[in-house]
Design a protein around this ligand. Structure first.
Ligand code: SF4
Ligand code: SF4
Length: 399
């Protein structure tokens, strides 16, 4: 039978789907399966649903959309899979299909947020100012809980603070300023620019800057993701090294080669660009200060599962004299997942509460978190449980 994918939209490929041998070894690693115990909430179940559409036995309908929407795209299954199933690629293609199948009005609302605001730096900054004013006046308390728990803390002072001028000497390394990082996590940007200088680079930022497209790609907005990838390549490819201090962004920048592989004008540039990407914790920078305390470590899924980064975070902390403390939850996802905590608030809340409890159990006063989505989710869940534990990027802790 022929496949039932929506024509003209990226779709999971027959070859990728066939790498899954249905062994189920990924199931215990999947956070949504662990919460529900349902096969349809597991990687194997989601792949089976994709296969059914591929084999013409099902369509991209409401059930299919529900199964894929509930996935965090954390890729814990990919890291655990002995058959090297490219799950990240499969779920992004499946989401391109579910986005195309959504009712026009629902899609317009989702697009307005992802493409209309996050994809345009000026509008993202404007949103930042709006959030800062609302939070200063404490109007944010009126927002629904699902939005509050997914909202970063943005201050008027933080919005006014400029990033440092070029730092250090040597070959140029350029920092991706991004979208959410640019409005809510400037202290992490400043610490990363300082670390780039200490690592022997001339640390710069792009003239315009903007989103890398990770949120669009995870939401199935492939054309928007490609558009943003071309923008970032064009303005950053002159640097010898491209640095990102968000795990989701560094993982996505490294995927540009794949994202633009079928665009003859950009494929080679995208591959060369991806090869020059470094996550901020991979810089070999000596610490700027001594840290004499225990620091809990939350491993972002896009570090641990997408890039195999984990020891690097601990090395950054140990080099400064800190004692990294692993969480007792086996590195489970915190439930942030891009904008997952807005779209799937119940599952996100369950995972966020579990993560906050695991951090509190360490007794540390600070937790190292290298991804903005995780940092927002973890901070808000810690505060909801009455904890004052500080949430910081690892480089910020040693700056
Ligand atoms: S994704 Fe990998 S681990 Fe999971 S069922 Fe398929 S082959 Fe097994
Ligand atoms: S990406 Fe994460 S939530 Fe989705 S199927 Fe894999 S382990 Fe489960």
């Amino acid at each position: 039978m022929s496949a039932n994918w929506i024509p003209g939209v990226p779709a999971p490929t027959h070859d990728d789907l066939n790498t899954c041998v249905q062994c189920g070894l990924c199931l215990p690693h999947c956070p949504t399966f662990r919460v529900t115990g349902l096969e349809t909430s597991s990687p194997r179940g989601r792949i089976a649903a994709m296969r059914a559409v591929q084999e013409g036995q099902a369509t991209v309908d409401g059930d299919f959309t529900r199964f894929t929407d509930e996935c965090l795209a954390c890729r814990a299954c990919e890291a655990a899979c002995p058959s090297s199933v490219p799950y990240g690629r499969l779920i992004e293609a499946a989401r391109a299909q579910t986005e195309a199948a959504r009712p026009v009005a629902e899609r317009a609302v989702r697009r307005a947020g992802i493409n209309g605001v996050i994809g345009h730096r000026r509008l993202t900054r404007l949103m930042g100012w709006g959030l800062a004013v609302m939070q200063a006046l404490r109007l944010d308390r009126l927002a629904p809980a699902r939005l509050r728990m997914a909202t970063p803390r943005v201050t008027l002072r933080g919005m006014r603070q400029p990033l440092p001028e070029p730092v250090g000497d040597g070959p140029e390394a350029m920092l991706l300023t991004g979208c959410v990082m640019d409005i809510a996590f400037r202290p992490a940007h400043r610490a990363t620019l300082h670390a780039m200088g200490r690592a022997g680079y001339r640390a710069t930022t792009p003239a315009q800057g903007g989103c890398c497209g990770a949120l669009a790609a995870h939401a199935g907005e492939v054309e928007e993701a490609r558009h943003l990838a071309r923008q970032r390549i064009a303005e950053m490819e002159g640097a010898q090294v491209v640095v990102a201090d968000s795990a989701g962004c560094s993982a996505h920048l490294r995927s540009y080669g794949h994202l633009l592989a079928d665009d003859p004008a950009w494929a080679d540039r995208a591959r060369a660009f991806s090869a020059r990407v470094r996550d901020a914790v991979e810089l070999d920078a000596p610490p700027a200060r001594t840290v004499d305390e225990r620091v809990a470590v939350h491993d972002a899924c896009h570090h641990l599962h997408a890039q195999g980064i984990g020891p690097e975070v601990r090395r950054v902390l140990r080099d400064a004299g800190a004692t990294p403390v692993d969480l007792g939850d086996g590195g489970r996802c915190c439930g942030a997942g891009g904008i997952y905590n807005v779209l799937e608030p119940e599952m996100a809340a369950t995972l966020g509460e579990q993560k906050a409890r695991a951090i509190m159990a360490t007794g540390a006063r600070v937790v190292a978190v290298a991804n903005p989505g995780c940092a927002i989710q973890i901070r808000n869940h810690l505060r909801a449980q009455g904890s004052e534990i500080q949430v910081r990027h690892p480089l910020e802790i040693v700056d």
